[in-house]
Design a protein around this ligand. Structure first.
Ligand code: SF4
Length: 61
């Protein structure tokens, strides 16, 4: 599975990176990006990051 972040809505809170740093990281411009595929072992934490995003801009498909 792949995660994606809609940068236009991201408020740069850093929560997704804190919850699942294997998939999400903050970029120099202050937004999150998904830089890694969501493998089976990361599905739980990536889903938690998605569900915890305060502005719901993370998609996993
Ligand atoms: S949790 Fe949501 S708002 Fe916060 S940095 Fe990640 S994508 Fe952006």
């Amino acid at each position: 599975m792949k995660a994606s972040v809609d940068k236009d809505g991201c408020i740069g809170c850093g929560l997704c990176e804190q919850i699942c740093p294997e998939v999400f990281r903050m970029t120099d411009d202050g937004y999150a990006e998904a830089y890694n595929d969501v493998g089976d072992s990361l599905q739980e934490s990536a889903t938690e990051a998605r569900d915890s995003c305060p502005v719901s801009v993370i998609d996993i498909a």
